[in-house]
Design a protein around this ligand. Structure first.
Ligand code: HEM
Length: 358
């Protein structure tokens, strides 16, 4: 898959014409963000009580949650792999129609970041956050600076929330990440449905749960400990920075990590092992490559080279893409399910790529 020439009409097509809910409606729900961010309210019929069987499922889920003390996955009645593969295929087709988005990055990076940020609020100590409730559209989470720019991904997916009213926000956003990894050439990501939308303030995590890119390796290690990840998984997860770009308007950082930013590869690790210097510019402190001065690394990326407990895995993954794929697949699947309890024996779905279905 490679970057293609820009087709402005396709760029326009990326913007959904979905209706916006009025600010009054948001206020009535007590959920409006002070920043006034233009986000769509994903209101699925499974939450507006139009589906009795699903209500029964929700009641069961609540009951089980009471027993297990966790967010129990509840799959909408009768939905199988076939239904979710259909959503997968629609997302993949829309990605394919928008390959020129963001200077040829397409929506791969955007959708992987959306899936990760909806999950990365998890705190294993308080058992809060994570992707289960799909809360990122609500204040304060929607206004967290770390989520700047992710309205693009949520808006991109919104039409599928309308077309498939039974799918929850958390399922849609995490499924989007799975599609993006697989369709950009990455590994299969085992994925399980059953996240349930919440509209309750108590389910919305506070801001500050997503990582700060200006920090060092000790911070990164400590940050991911809160999510339950060890050094090897941390390094594997950060390999996702092969996709997409940093945007000054979102984060203060600028540029892609490498030239193949629409392909899932181990290139992040190969490049990281090259030579980097601090970029001279008036933005946030970031690094650029000695060879071309065209690519970037965040301080937290460079930290993977600075600490021996991370560096050994960087070297492993740079030398062996299959190993990286296998480890990333496991760690990313775990990340997307943080805080969710699955009834015993719930098998994950493995989606076919578009190519495999041809
Ligand atoms: C220490 C942990 C991490 C830090 C500090 C960090 C920081 C950042 C920052 C600052 C950006 C730029 C956002 C923008 O300007 O639009 C970014 C983008 C991105 N991040 Fe991370 N990240 C971390 C971990 C992860 C993980 C675990 C994943 C996925 C598994 C991930 C996937 C991505 C992707 C795909 C993009 C590109 C988004 C786009 O193209 O719009 N990151 N990250």
């Amino acid at each position: 898959m490679s970057a293609i020439a820009i087709k402005p009409s396709l760029l326009r097509a990326a913007k959904t014409s979905a209706p916006r809910f009025s600010r009054a409606a948001w206020l009535a729900a007590g959920l409006v963000g002070t920043a006034g961010t233009a986000t769509y309210l994903y209101s699925n019929s499974n939450n507006s009580n139009s589906n009795n069987s699903n209500n029964a499922g929700k009641k069961l889920s609540t009951l089980m949650a009471g027993v297990l003390g966790a967010n129990v996955a509840t799959v909408p009645q009768g939905k199988t792999l076939k239904d979710y593969q259909e959503v997968y295929n629609d997302i993949a087709a829309k990605i394919e129609e928008n390959l020129d988005y963001d200077g040829g990055a397409g929506f791969y990076g955007q959708l992987v970041r959306l899936a990760w940020h909806s999950s990365g609020t998890y705190d294993k100590n308080t058992k809060t956050g994570g992707s289960y409730y799909g809360t990122m559209i609500f204040y304060p989470e929607a206004s967290d600076g770390a989520n700047n720019g992710l309205a693009n991904g949520r808006d991109f997916l919104y039409e599928f929330a309308v077309k498939y009213p039974w799918i929850s926000r958390g399922d849609l956003w995490t499924l989007g990440g799975v599609v993006a990894v697989q369709e950009s050439g990455g590994p299969k990501i085992p994925w399980r449905p059953g996240r349930v939308d919440s509209y309750e303030k108590k389910d919305i995590p506070e801001n500050g749960n997503l990582p700060d890119a200006s920090q060092d390796g000790k911070y990164v290690r400590n940050y991911f400990k809160r999510l339950g990840f060890g050094d090897r998984e941390i390094v594997a997860l950060l390999g996702a920075h092969c996709l997409g770009k940093c945007h000054p308007e979102n984060s203060g950082y600028d540029g892609p990590w490498g030239p193949s930013f629409n392909m899932f590869t181990n290139d992040f690790f190969v490049r990281l092992l090259g030579s980097w210097h601090v970029r001279q510019w008036d933005g946030e402190k970031q690094y650029e490559d000695d060879e071309t001065n065209s690519f970037m690394m965040l301080p937290t990326d460079i930290a993977l080279k600075e600490e021996s407990y991370f560096l050994k895995y960087v070297k492993l993954y740079a030398a062996d893409q299959d190993l990286f794929f296998a480890d990333f697949s496991k760690a990313f699947a775990t990340l997307l399910e943080l805080g969710i309890e699955y009834p015993r024996g719930t098998k994950p779905f493995l989606f076919k790529t578009v190519e495999e279905q041809e």
